[in-house]
Design a protein around this ligand. Structure first.
Ligand SMILES: Nc1ncnc2c1ncn2[C@@H]1O[C@H](COP(=O)(O)OP(=O)(O)O)[C@@H](O)[C@H]1O
Ligand SMILES: O=C(O)C1=C[C@@H](OP(=O)(O)O)[C@@H](O)[C@H](O)C1
Ligand SMILES: [Mg+2]
Length: 169
């Protein structure tokens, strides 16, 4: 079972913070977006473009199920993976940490990162909509919520370690 599972909207820092946290804990890091890309043999942008969002979500649900079953380190999910009801059920009993981010910060951060197909057009209004829709789901799943707006990724990782009393391996 993963030590920690990170959830939250795009730009909350799941991938960046997750990798740092894993490094500090001395455990492996895994990101379900990377797993999906590996299974599909192409980047997420191409999966959305060629096959559509529904196909991406099916690959994502399978990747999350597999990673929850076999990964022992830090696991970062794609921001939309919690839209799937079966995935939410699987997450019960896991140490789920919600990285919270405000709209302004999220817009800034995704603007710096590589393209996310859902946010190519009007990133601000897309992000606002998906954050509003998903907030109750993120909140309902989390055993710990970390507001990240005023923290560097390393500080977020340290806060998770401290709050969950995680020891390095
Ligand atoms: N706490 C933070 N403070 C500032 N920038 C951050 C923070 N967390 C992540 N970032 C930056 O925001 C962008 C998106 O981060 P990423 O880890 O890919 O988020 P997610 O996986 O949640 O979508 C990256 O450029 C990353 O360096
Ligand atoms: O929120 C979403 O629906 C998505 C978030 C992305 O991952 P990040 O949350 O790591 O950006 C990626 O899975 C895909 O572009 C869809
Ligand atoms: Mg990510």
């Amino acid at each position: 079972m993963p030590v920690v599972v990170l959830i939250g909207p795009p730009g909350s820092g799941k991938s960046t913070t997750g990798e740092l946290l894993a490094e500090r804990l001395g455990v492996a890091f895994r990101d379900t977006d990377a797993d999906v890309e590996q299974v599909a043999g192409k980047p997420i942008g191409e999966i959305f473009f060629d096959d559509g969002e529904e196909a991406f979500r099916a690959l994502e649900a399978a990747a999350v199920g597999k990673a929850l079953a076999e990964h022992e380190g830090v696991l970062s999910l794609g921001g939309g993976s919690i839209l799937d009801a079966a995935t939410r059920e699987l997450l019960a009993g896991h140490t789920v940490v919600y990285l919270k981010v405000g709209l302004d910060q999220a817009v800034k951060r995704v603007g710096l990162a590589s393209a996310r197909p859902l946010l190519v057009l009007n990133p601000r209004s897309q992000l606002r909509k998906l954050m509003e829709e998903r907030r109750p789901l993120y909140e309902g799943l989390a055993v710990l919520t970390v507001p990240t707006d005023d923290l560097e990724p390393g500080e977020v990782a340290d806060q998770i370690r401290a709050e969950l009393k995680l020891e390095s391996e």
